[in-house]
Design a protein around this ligand. Structure first.
Ligand code: GLU
Length: 400
C-alpha cells in the first residue's frame, strides 16, 4: 500500500519547472544548453525594490505578519488596483500568497468541489488544470487555435458553460502564447458571463505590464464592473518587477471568498515573507520608469525570435501582443527524422530532440494543451536568443 493520497494521481509535476530544472542540470554537467524554457525575466529586481527588502531586515521586520499581509501591503495593493485598473477594492478584499500560484491554489481549495467544472481556454498555463484537479474539479478545455489568435471567443465560452461550471480562468496576456484580449474582446466575453450568474471568473493579469506595439491592457472588471461580485482579479510582482524568487502573488475579490482564502493561508504558509511584503510595497508604490526600456528590449527580442523561427524549416510563428513567450507551430517537422535517427511524432519528441541534438530547451505544446506547438520564452539575453534561434534553424534544416 502506498503512503500517498489518491488525489495525487490526478496531477503531475509542473512541466515548465521540469524543463527549467533539466536545462540547469545539463548546464551543470558542462553542456552548452540554452534554456528558453523558464518563464522568468533575465533582468534584475530594480535597486529601489531590493533596497526596500534590505531596509525591512534592518528595521527588524522579520516577524510574523497577518495572513493577508501587512496593512501597508494591503494599502499598496488597493491603491494599485485603483490607479492602474480603475477598480475600487477595500483592504478586506485583499488576499496574498507565496506567488500567484499559491493564490490560485487557495482559491480553488476554498471553492472547488468534486465534479465542479473549471473552464480553461487552451493553450493554458500548466498549473490551472492541475490545481483544479487536485481538489476534485473537472477542467473543461476550450481549444483556442492559431486561427483565433489563441483567444477564447464568446460563442465558444457560451457553449462550454453548464450548470456545473464554477470558474472560468482568463489569462491575458497569456502564458504560453502571449496573446492578449482587447477591450472589445473582453466586452463580448463579459456579455456571456452576465447571462450566466452562477459562473465565477479568475482573471490572471500577471503579465499586465508586458505588452508591445501600443497594446492597451484591460482587465475584465474594468470593462464590466457588474462582474466584481464574482471575479477574483489576480496579479503578482514576479514578471513586471523581475521578482520571481521573492514569491509574491495577490488578488482582490468578494469578501466571502477572500476571507476563506485568508483562513486557508493562515493554516498553510501563514503569509508571504515579511521582507518580500516590504519589497512589494516599494514595487507597487514606486517608480515604473525602469519598465519602458525593458519592454523595448523584450519587443526587439520578440521580433527577432518570430522572424528567425519563421525562417526555420517546418516552423511557423505568430507575433503576439504581450508577455515574453511565443508559441510556434512545429507541424512541418512532424513525421521527419533527426540526424541521430529519432522520429519526430509529436511536439514532445520535437522538444526532446531539440534539447538532445540542438542543445536548446523549450517546452512542448502538449503541456499547455495544444499541439503541435512549443513554447519559447524570450526573457533571456538577445545574444543567447539569437544563438538559440540559429540552433533551431540548423536543427530543423537537418531533419529528413
Ligand atoms: N510561470 C512561469 C512559467 O510558465 C514559471 C514557472 C511556473 O510557475 O510555471 O514558466
Amino acid at each position: 500500500m502506498s503512503i500517498l493520497a489518491k488525489r495525487l494521481s490526478a496531477i503531475k509535476p509542473s512541466p515548465t519547472i521540469a524543463v527549467t530544472t533539466k536545462a540547469a542540470e545539463l548546464k551543470a554537467q558542462g553542456l552548452d544548453v540554452i534554456g528558453l524554457g523558464a518563464g522568468e525575466p533575465d533582468f534584475d529586481t530594480p535597486d529601489h525594490i531590493k533596497a526596500a527588502g534590505k531596509a525591512a531586515i534592518d528595521r527588524g521586520e522579520t516577524k510574523y505578519t497577518p495572513p493577508n499581509g501587512t496593512p501597508a501591503l494591503r494599502k499598496a495593493i488597493v491603491a494599485k488596483f485603483k490607479r492602474e485598473n480603475g477598480l475600487d477594492y477595500k483592504p478586506e478584499q485583499v488576499t496574498v500568497g507565496v506567488g500567484g500560484k499559491q493564490v490560485i491554489f487557495n482559491a480553488f481549495l476554498a471553492t472547488v468541489q468534486e465534479g465542479d467544472e473549471v473552464i480553461v481556454p487552451a493553450p493554458y498555463w500548466v498549473s490551472y488544470p492541475d490545481i483544479a484537479l487536485l481538489f476534485g474539479g473537472k477542467p473543461v478545455f476550450i481549444t483556442c487555435g492559431e486561427n483565433a489568435r489563441f483567444k477564447l471567443s464568446p460563442e465558444a465560452l457560451a457553449a462550454a458553460i453548464t450548470p456545473k461550471t464554477k470558474w472560468v480562468v482568463l489569462n491575458s496576456p497569456s502564458n504560453p502564447t502571449g496573446a492578449a484580449y482587447t477591450r472589445d474582446e473582453l466586452r463580448a466575453l463579459a456579455d456571456v458571463l452576465l447571462k450566466n450568474p452562477h459562473v465565477w471568473v479568475m482573471t490572471d493579469d500577471i503579465y499586465e505590464h508586458l505588452t508591445y506595439d501600443g497594446f492597451k491592457f484591460a482587465t475584465l472588471c474594468e470593462i464590466e464592473p457588474k462582474l466584481m461580485d464574482r471575479t477574483l482579479t489576480l496579479n503578482g510582482v514576479s514578471k513586471a518587477y523581475a521578482m520571481t524568487g521573492w514569491r509574491m502573488g495577490y488578488a482582490c475579490g468578494p469578501v466571502e471568498l477572500i476571507k476563506a482564502m485568508n483562513m486557508i493561508q493562515s493554516q498553510s504558509a501563514s503569509h508571504p515573507t515579511s521582507i518580500t511584503q516590504a519589497a512589494t510595497v516599494a514595487a507597487l508604490d514606486g517608480p515604473m520608469d525602469f519598465l519602458a526600456p525593458r519592454n523595448e528590449a523584450f519587443r526587439q527580442r520578440r521580433d527577432m525570435v518570430v522572424k528567425m523561427l519563421n525562417e526555420a524549416k517546418g516552423i511557423t510563428c505568430q507575433t503576439p501582443e504581450g508577455a515574453f513567450y511565443v508559441y510556434p507551430s512545429c507541424a512541418g517537422t512532424i513525421g521527419k527524422t533527426t540526424p541521430k535517427g529519432r522520429k519526430i511524432n509529436n511536439d514532445t519528441d520535437f522538444v526532446e530532440a531539440l534539447l538532445d541534438e540542438g542543445l536548446v530547451a523549450a517546452v512542448q505544446g502538449a503541456a499547455f494543451g495544444l499541439s503541435p506547438y512549443f513554447r519559447i520564452s524570450y526573457a533571456t539575453s538577445t545574444q543567447a536568443l539569437e544563438k538559440a534561434c540559429k540552433r533551431i534553424q540548423e536543427f530543423c534544416a537537418a531533419l529528413t
